[in-house]
Design a protein around this ligand. Structure first.
Ligand code: 3H9
Length: 726
């Protein structure tokens, strides 16, 4: 890989073209910035140069500051002060005019450099944005000051707070871009514009000193107040968006120069927070799930999956089919009778049409996509498919029969996969001779929306089949994570203690709504364990709980409340009541009165209060969070130690994408590392002791992997190189 740098070329007309060179996205590594600084200074000093154009190599301007550098620099951006303070000033106000020629993307620091230029020309479709808040920092090269002065405060706040980029065409309407052109015209147009500014034919704009786009002071303050209020509501666990708004406010009140200083201070403050470390970790972790030892590093090439068959048109099957046709994959949907098939096809149509309703797709495109899905009641056309995803009900006998039929109906190179969430993949395919091409393809509901795909590999699945499935997962825009074959696979297994510990607290007298409030409110999960249980259903909860009990009897607490709720048909959302009441309009209401007899009966049956008259061992919201999550971390450690995941970061991504674990906490294992393995192990040991008299120590006993990390100071995310079930 060539060293990150910037190069300079001169045109005959006297334009210095400075090119950012750090493929694939021309990230602004300090070496690139230093080189850019040196070239711009040289160009300003040269009598041959009339104007400067800045562009990026390989049809991409820049994706911003090199995020790898944040991991290395402790707080701040690791740049020397000269470049930090003077680069954008030199680009904006040096003796020669500057124009940015943008193709592909100008994000973060990339857009900030471009906004320092006196004008911007962009190729149609190029993406422009300041996504720094999504990394737990804020724009640090003057973006908080220049963007509001180019597009107005309202739009600038929206762009920064949502981190969403806009296309060049929208940028042109807002005044962020001066001209939108084709790729072929880009450099020529940028050079002409730069020369036009140099000769005085075109104005030389310096965004930091503009005021024409800024709202009046009164209006600006109102916009900032509203933005602050919304941010405190939507991102109430986060401080850095408020730091960003503070820097913007100072710029509006006291001018751009004071704003720049405030921005630097706010940047340093946010870069020092754990939120930043967690979000940068998730950024890279999400991009490395596709790299799996023994699969992607052994010289295999993925075979394209052009056509698949989905068995079952229920909620899961239709969601899987929807995700696939949206990515241009042909799908054969098989059902057992015409009625089920019709409703499955209707569901697929409704999923696609909802994209049209939301404005994400045009009607004509939707109709074209829908033609990719065909229904069938037979296996007749299965010889034409590259992969089958079985999404029938969770019945082992039925699945085994299906796989025997598939072995006969499909080509010998066809991948056979099951979407089971509970059944051993080897059992599913156990009556076939095809175990080498059988994997799990575990989607999360709703399958066309939830971004994670667990690819379950058995010790007999061939690396080629796993690689092809990885490729298919990426193609249908899922984040694929390869996991080993065990009860619950990675996500459901790691999360089984979530509701279990919550039930123990309740059986010790705690109010279930208080538990949910701590987990959803104070910690930031999308829903607490009891609300989640109502979503999943007490029937499913019981079934899954029994599976875990069979596999890990020493660490499963059989909460008496579930069979009682099941018998009373309080299954959760689907029956209108469970731990909560549901009014049919997606409104969730606590139901303390209705739940009371079930809680009392459960506490009596559990008998925990007999040994613990003083109640639960935890009281505060923070204590509740630890009591619920530390056993989840413990199970995560077992999953790492057993080699069920390729690397601990995969578990972080999986818990964020499948369970809604707050990304700003870094995912389960990163969060545990930031909390401290020693603290996690100590608390678990205390609770193991607390529940000794109840015979429940095993629920909390720290596993070996966790104990070793706690005593040695090793990070849990360091992984276990010797273990591999993959
Ligand atoms: C910033 O600018 C701060 C400043 O305000 C001030 C500082 C003082 N750095 O995503 P992909 C890598 S903060 C380093 O797979 P795509 C990425 O890891 C920055 N590396 O492709 C991957 O590497 P690998 C603000 C980066 O086409 C490869 O490039 N900017 C960076 O799906 C391809 O990436 C952002 O937040 C980076 N900045 O998406 C933008 N960006 O091949 C972050 C990418 O080894 N980037 N890489 O796995 C993105 O949103 C997407 O990567 C992008 C391309 C849309 C650009």
């Amino acid at each position: 890989m060539p060293n990150p740098t910037a190069s300079m070329q001169m045109t005959d007309a006297g334009v210095a073209i400075v090119t950012l060179e750090n493929p694939p996205v021309n990230a602004l590594h300090p070496a690139v910035l230093r080189s850019l600084f040196a070239h711009v200074r040289e160009a300003h000093a040269s009598s041959q140069v009339k104007a400067i154009v800045i562009n990026g190599s390989k049809q991409r301007f820049s994706a911003g500051f090199d995020i790898n550098q944040f991991a290395q620099a402790s707080g701040g951006n690791g740049l020397d002060d000269t470049v930090n303070d003077a680069l954008c000033e030199l680009v904006e106000s040096g003796p020669k005019p500057t124009v940015a020629a943008i193709e592909g993307m100008a994000l973060g620091g990339g857009l900030e450099v471009a906004m320092s230029c006196n004008a911007r020309v962009a190729v149609a479709g190029a993406k422009l944005g300041l996504p720094e808040l999504s990394l737990g920092i804020l724009p640090g090269f003057g973006g908080t000051q220049r963007l509001p002065r180019l597009v107005g405060l309202q739009k600038a706040c929206e762009m920064m707070l949502t981190s969403k980029p806009i296309p060049a065409e929208a940028g042109a309407k807002l005044g962020l871009v001066d001209a939108v052109v084709s790729s072929a015209q880009l450099l020529d147009t940028a050079c002409q514009l730069a020369l036009g500014i140099a000769s005085g034919v075109k104005p030389r704009n310096q965004s930091l000193y503009r005021t024409d786009k800024l709202e009046s002071l009164g209006e600006a303050m109102m916009i900032l107040d509203v933005a602050r209020g919304q941010t405190m509501k939507r991102a109430r666990h986060l401080q850095h968006p408020l730091f960003c708004l503070d820097a913007i406010r100072i710029g509006v009140e006291q001018g751009g120069i004071a704003g720049l200083k405030a921005e630097q201070e706010a940047f340093a403050k946010s870069a020092a927070l754990d939120t930043h470390k967690a979000l940068v970790h998730i950024f890279f972790a999400q991009r490395t799930t596709k790299r799996v030892k023994g699969i992607t590093d052994v010289g295999l090439k993925p075979r394209p999956i052009k056509k698949i068959a989905v068995l079952g048109g229920g909620l899961m099957g239709s969601g899987i089919a929807t995700a696939s046709i949206l990515a241009g994959v042909e799908v054969l949907v098989k059902e057992i009778n015409q009625k089920f098939l019709d409703s499955g096809m209707e569901r697929i149509k409704a999923n696609i049409m909802s994209q049209v309703k939301k404005g994400r797709m045009k009607q004509a495109a939707a109709e074209k996509v829908l033609k990719l899905a065909k229904g069938t009641l037979t296996y007749d056309d299965f010889g034409s498919v590259d992969m089958v995803i079985e999404a029938a009900i969770e019945d082992i006998k039925l699945k085994q029969q299906i796989f025997k039929d598939l072995e006969k109906a499909c080509r010998k190179d066809c991948i056979l996969s099951s979407n089971t969430s509970t059944i051993d993949i080897k059992l599913v395919g156990g009556q076939t001779q095809a175990l080498d091409r059988i994997v799990g393809a575990h989607f999360f509901s709703p399958a066309h929306i939830m971004p994670l795909l667990e690819i379950v590999r058995t010790d007999q699945s061939s690396p080629q089949v796993v690689l092809d499935t990885l490729e298919y997962g990426s193609r249908i825009k899922k984040t694929p994570v390869v996991v080993g074959n065990c009860t619950g696979f990675a996500v459901n297994r790691v999360f089984f203690p979530y509701t279990q510990s919550a039930c123990m607290l309740v059986d010790l007298g705690m109010d279930p709504y208080m538990v949910d409030k701590a987990i959803a409110g104070a910690f930031g999960m999308p829903m607490g364990p009891f609300r989640l249980s109502d979503l999943v259903g007490a029937d499913i909860g019981l079934h899954v709980g029994a599976n875990f009990h069979d596999s890990f009897p020493e660490r499963v607490y059989k909460a008496p409340i579930f069979p009682a709720l099941f018998d009373a048909k309080r299954l959760g959302e689907k029956t209108g009541s469970g731990f909560y009441k549901f009014d049919g309009k997606r409104k969730t209401l606590p139901d303390a009165q209705g739940l009371k007899p079930f809680l009392e009966a459960s506490r009596k049956a559990a008998g925990l209060m007999e040994h613990h008259k003083q109640g639960p061992p935890v009281k505060s919201a923070q204590d509740i969070i630890e009591f619920i999550f530390f056993p989840v971390v413990n199970e995560g450690c077992r999953v790492i130690a057993e080699g069920i995941v390729d690397k601990p970061a995969d578990l972080d991504v999986a818990t964020v994408l499948a369970m809604g674990f707050p990304p700003y906490r870094g995912g389960l294992i990163k969060w545990a590392d930031l909390t401290g393995a020693a603290h996690v192990a100590k608390r678990l040991s205390q609770w193991a002791e607390f529940f000794k008299a109840d015979g429940l120590s095993g629920v909390f006993e720290p596993c070996q992997y966790l104990k070793e990390a706690a005593s040695s100071g090793r990070q849990l995310s360091a992984g276990n190189s010797s273990a591999s079930k993959l």
